[in-house]
Design a protein around this ligand. Structure first.
Ligand code: GLO
Ligand code: MG
Length: 344
């Protein structure tokens, strides 16, 4: 039944390999060609930035947004694909240089809200209710540059304005503690859900947990997921991996910490996440060294590892778990887990 899971990724997960120290190393693959990869790799869900769905969002009229989003909707339907969510890409626009919703510049704040409303219109035209807010530049490089109390207020105002814009839109906040900013205002799912509960409609604000982001916050991704799951607010995941505290690596799922990956799968299994029909998103990055003709392996491998780990979770001997817990013999439980993972 492992095939119950639905998988998704975004077009940015097939990339040219540029990094802050060097140019692209692989040719650009046009969006239409990327769509073919979804089927080939067994993915059903397409995660979209607003400008992945409709290029040059800011320059388009409302009618153009509708028309282009409707065209994409038919294209996806024709391919048997489902748009999972739309995310406003505020961080690439010069107006969002110092944040959008929390910029000190009132014009920039207004632009950020207006741009996100356009992204909501795109989501509605595509037929998805889910919007992901990765609050990339909502934070500071130096603490003295903003009034953080005021910034939290502005963030709440923005969330409420977005909820008011469309009665059905659901906002999944994707926390990340740093990068590009030194310090982000919503570093963990706890911060995200506090914002949700303070909003005008808490039922429509939840979260998306990314493995690497939790690790960068020094937290365990499966516990972050559990916190959201306990509140019925884990609306998507970005599974990947992270080798310690450094830049956001987006490594293939399980590549750095297999046991941590096992525990993320375990928590999703305990919550019957597959039964919710929500997607398992893989926000993984191709290694820069990977040649163009084998540059999709990070997606294929991450999905394969996920499914192998589903089998591992399901085949773990329950009576051993119960006996060890009853005896409070966690050393024995730990060995049993390690042996199970090693295939004994
Ligand atoms: C970057 C984020 C990014 C978002 C995506 C959707 O660190 O993980 O990939 O998930 O832009 O908003
Ligand atoms: Mg992500």
């Amino acid at each position: 039944m492992a095939s119950n899971y639905r998988f998704s990724f975004g077009p940015w997960n097939i990339s040219e390999g540029a990094d802050p120290f060097g140019p692209p190393v692989r040719p650009t693959i046009e969006f239409g060609k990327k769509l073919a990869a979804y089927k080939r790799l067994g993915f059903e869900g397409v995660q979209l930035h607003d400008d992945d769905a409709v290029p040059n969002v800011d320059q388009k009229s409302a009618a153009e947004l509708q028309r282009e989003a409707a065209a994409l909707k038919s294209l996806l339907e024709g391919e048997g694909l489902v748009p999972e969510f739309v995310a406003p890409r505020l961080w690439e626009d010069p107006r969002g240089v110092d944040g959008g919703y929390t910029s000190n510049d009132p014009q920039a704040r207004q632009w950020a809200i207006d741009r996100t409303k356009r992204a909501i219109d795109i989501a509605a035209a595509l037929g998805t209710k889910l919007m992901v807010l990765w609050l990339a530049r909502e934070g500071t490089y130096i603490r003295e540059s903003k009034n953080a109390i005021q910034a939290y207020g502005w963030q709440l105002e923005a969330v409420n304005a977005l909820l008011a814009h469309h009665p059905e839109i659901q906002l999944a906040i994707e926390p990340k503690p740093n990068e590009p900013m030194d310090q982000a205002y919503v570093p963990t799912i706890g911060h995200a859900l506090a914002l949700a509960y303070r909003s005008a409609d808490p039922a429509r604000v939840g979260g998306l947990i990314e493995t690497a982001h939790a690790r960068l916050a020094g937290l365990d991704p499966s516990d972050e997921m559990a916190f959201a799951l306990a509140a019925g607010k884990l609306w998507s995941v970005h599974l990947n991996d992270q080798n310690g505290l450094k830049f956001d690596q987006d490594k293939s799922f399980g590549a750095a910490d297999l046991r941590g990956a096992y525990n993320q799968v375990r928590i999703l299994e305990l919550a019957d996440y597959a039964g919710t029909r929500r997607f398992v998103g893989l926000d993984v990055k191709t290694m820069r060294t990977q040649k163009a003709d084998v540059a999709e392996k990070h997606l294929a491998n991450s999905k394969a590892i996920f499914l192998r780990l589903v089998e591992k979770v399901r085949s773990f001997p329950r009576q051993v778990e119960q006996q060890c817990i009853a005896a409070r013999d966690y050393e024995a439980l730990e060995l049993a887990v390690l042996e199970h993972l090693m295939g004994k």
